[in-house]
Design a protein around this ligand. Structure first.
Ligand code: ADP
Ligand code: MG
Length: 338
């Protein structure tokens, strides 16, 4: 379940659990109505960054401990994430009805069925003004734009290459229907991978970054990193005994773009750590990988044939493979200029 600010607060109240009503009540009691509601909205924003179950478990803990501000909820959430501790909800709640991104009216009703009775205005009998909530929702829409910027910043694209800048006429052999479909991000929802294969200059990195930008627009947590950069980051983290934390961070992205395993062989340590990232993400999140050498050469890059085979097995399982068979765009451009 993601906190979709386009949805009105009133609709939202129908699918959030009863404990959030109690939290809202305790916030307004402690902070006054206006401040309390605003602060409560900050808790709702946490749904964008964290799984629904974790937010709700943190809200439960806050209630239990009489913590009456969003800072406290955030603290609980981050503390739990950092230590790798799992917060167990106090009551075994049925969260099957919650999806990260409920789609349309169907998911909405689905959520309600699982949530039971709470309908707007009936909450826990809280005397707050619906008008104030709508006002705050307005404020949130403005925040939505900031969120896109944040997603893009977090993704760390080397260069902004939005979809519009990719010239489809230059690549007649590309399956345009498939590429458009991928731009719709359905593969992220299905946790499928995409592999761009082809020679240098065919636009693999450009396409991967363009799909990444689309993912950001759809509010998916995205990260772009070169294989080499990631391997180095992992080795560094291991030296600082931060491996667990880094692996967890990488398992939380909805989309990880791994650019170019390249030509430089990894150290055994590097490939083992990279393998762990892929293993943690397996079936939890999507990966886009751009690669130059044919699959057969990957053993050279990753060293150990057993690790390579296992890695490829994970990557290619459920993957869409796009073969960039056309000639280099760069080459064509420079020939044109002559
Ligand atoms: P690869 O990763 O396959 O080596 P790149 O994505 O780095 O190729 O592309 C090389 C250069 O050509 C980049 O500057 C890229 O923006 C540009 N380019 C490649 N294909 C296209 C295209 N179809 N339309 C516009 N620019 C392209
Ligand atoms: Mg490239």
């Amino acid at each position: 379940m993601s906190f979709n600010s386009a949805r009105s607060i009133r609709q939202w109240r129908q699918i959030w659990p009863e404990s959030l009503n109690l939290l809202l009540e305790s916030f307004t009691a402690a902070q006054g109505e206006t401040k309390g509601i605003k602060d409560f909205i900050s808790v709702l924003m946490l749904y964008d960054e964290h799984p629904a179950g974790e937010v709700e478990a943190a809200a439960d803990l806050a209630l239990e401990n009489n913590i009456r501000a969003s800072d406290g909820v955030l603290h609980i959430l981050i503390y739990a994430n950092d230590t790798g501790a799992v917060i167990v909800p106090y009551e075994a709640r049925d969260i099957a009805g919650i999806e990260r991104k409920p789609e349309g009216i169907e998911a909405f009703h689905h959520g309600r069925r699982h949530r039971g009775s709470s309908t707007p205005g009936q909450g826990a009998g809280i005397g707050y003004d619906e008008f104030l909530l709508e006002l705050t929702a307005f404020e949130l829409r403005a925040r939505g734009e900031n969120r896109l910027n944040r997603r893009i910043r977090e993704a760390k694209f080397p260069l902004m290459k939005p979809l519009e800048t990719f010239d489809l006429n230059a690549v007649p052999d590309l399956d345009i229907r498939l590429f458009r479909e991928l731009a719709g991000c359905g593969y992220i929802q299905e946790r499928k991978n995409i592999i761009f294969l082809g020679r240098s200059g065919t636009g693999k990195t450009h396409m991967a970054a363009a799909l990444g930008a689309e993912a950001c627009k759809n509010n998916y947590r995205t990260r772009f990193v070169t294989c080499c950069g990631l391997a180095n980051e992992l080795i560094e983290a291991r030296e600082e005994r931060q491996s667990r934390r880094l692996l967890q961070r990488y398992s939380r992205y909805d989309l990880l773009i791994l650019d170019e395993p390249g030509y430089v062989p990894f150290s055994r340590e590097g490939s083992e750590l990279l393998f762990q990232v892929l293993a943690e993400r397996h079936e939890k999140g999507s990966i886009i990988i751009t690669a130059n050498p044919g699959f057969a050469d990957w053993t050279q890059v990753f060293g150990d044939p057993v690790i390579t085979a296992a890695l490829l097995d994970r990557l290619t399982h459920k993957a869409r493979i796009i073969n960039c068979t056309w000639e280099s765009y760069r080459l064509k451009q420079s020939l044109k200029r002559k």
